[in-house]
Design a binder for this molecule. Structure first.
Ligand SMILES: NC(=O)c1ccc[n+]([C@@H]2O[C@H](COP(=O)([O-])OP(=O)(O)OC[C@H]3O[C@@H](n4cnc5c(N)ncnc54)[C@H](OP(=O)(O)O)[C@@H]3O)[C@@H](O)[C@H]2O)c1
Length: 354
């Protein structure tokens, strides 16, 4: 399987070249050639798809075998389940049903962000199901990289809180994350104190692996790869049919020895809004995930969903294969999606070539 930058179906070549020129020659060379791709991981991505089974990939150098599609944490915390005239959250009983069905399909990677429900709901569901051992649990201490001594205390506290909320003794992956302008005085990427905390937490057996990512602009990933990659195992960035700058970042992540976890395959639902998902575009969610998974640099694609039906649609991306017509349709939809504003404007600003 080839990486996207070498596929002819991908448009925006002139904007991609312009972007790469802006990043510098070294990065551009990696992005264009796909250098750093690991043969074993590429072969793994070629594993024959089986309907109803979500395939696994190796998570970077961690040695963890993870489902190539993972449970997005927002699935449990956002009020998005249709309920009469309004919306409600997924209940714990629904979460138990969804997580049992997902585990049976092979899905073992769980992400969790700031809202407590993103840890407490799946944590309780796994306890009830007695299936914690099957799960790979990832937590994201958000906005804890201010480049000051106090970062350590915050990372320790966050870890203790999440261990309790998930009802576990050890976190599999701890992902540092910030958003732009949280710490303008020290730069978003000053991870030095957080790294000290991570090293100690590893020694204490409270976390196994660590990474960083999320809302940063792409250029800061390259800075972090150079300065901090040796301390980390994975990184996380947005990637979908519209927001494709990650195609230039992922080869550099691989060269830095980091696994790749992607987020926002539907640009927080905006790529699916107003589509005929009960009719002509019934398979669209799976196809959008299949697009992400065609890129062999991706280890896990995290997606949000709010019903078991949505979840199963999304997981079908693991066994779906895209035709040239599918690619053309996805490109058409990507171009036709209105520019994101407000809370998700950061995706357009940094992660879209156009
Ligand atoms: N701080 C961070 O580091 C950070 C930031 C962002 C995301 N993440 C992680 O990445 C995960 C994925 O991102 P995300 O959840 O924000 O965005 P996403 O997966 O791109 O989009 C999720 C939204 O897409 C819609 N959707 C999903 N499946 C659907 C289906 N089958 N049919 C119709 N609509 C469907 C729903 O929209 P509606 O709500 O409109 O129904 C859902 O809320 C998160 O859950 C989180 O774990 C981490």
């Amino acid at each position: 399987m080839t990486i996207h930058s070498s596929r002819e179906n991908h448009g925006s070549d002139w904007t991609r070249r312009r972007f790469l020129q802006g990043l510098g020659q070294g990065v551009a060379a990696g992005a264009v050639s796909g250098a750093g791709l690991d043969a074993a991981r590429t072969a793994q991505a070629e594993e024959t798809p089986v309907e109803g089974r979500v395939r696994h990939r190796q998570l970077g150098k961690t040695g963890l075998s993870v489902s190539e599609i993972g449970y997005g944490g927002h699935s449990w915390s956002y009020r998005r389940v249709p309920d009469g005239d309004g919306y409600r959250r997924v209940t714990i009983d629904e979460a138990v049903e969804m997580i049992a069905a997902g585990l049976d399909m092979g899905v073992n990677f769980f992400d969790s962000c700031t809202p407590e429900l993103e840890s407490t709901i799946p944590g309780e569901a796994l306890r009830r199901l007695k299936r914690r051992d099957e799960a790979v649990i990832c937590v994201r201490p958000s906005h804890r990289m201010k480049g000051v001594e106090a970062d350590k205390k915050e990372v320790y506290q966050w870890t203790e809180d999440r261990l309790r909320m998930w009802q576990i003794d050890c976190i599999d992956v701890l992902l540092l994350s910030n958003v732009a302008n949280v710490t303008p005085q020290s730069g978003y990427w000053d991870m030095s104190y957080s790294i000290e905390a991570i090293d100690k937490l590893k020694q204490q057996g409270k976390i196994r692996f660590a990474g960083f990512g999320s809302h940063f602009e792409p250029k800061w990933f390259f800075v972090a790869f150079q300065k901090f990659a040796a301390h980390f195992d994975v990184c996380s960035m947005p990637y979908n049919i519209r927001h494709r700058v990650a195609e230039a970042v992922m080869p550099a992540a691989q060269q830095a020895g980091l696994g790749v976890i992607t987020i926002k395959p539907f640009a927080r639902g905006s790529l699916l809004a107003n589509r005929d998902l009960a009719g002509a575009d019934a398979n669209l969610p799976g196809k959008m995930i299949a697009f992400v998974l065609e890129n062999s640099a991706v280890d896990v694609c995290l997606c949000g969903f709010h019903t078991i039906q949505q979840m199963k649609m999304n997981f079908s991306g693991s066994w779906m294969r895209l035709s040239p017509e599918d690619h053309a349709r996805l490109q058409q939809l990507a171009a036709a999606t209105p520019v994101l504003r407000g809370e998700h404007a950061w995706l357009e600003k940094g992660w879209c070539y156009a």
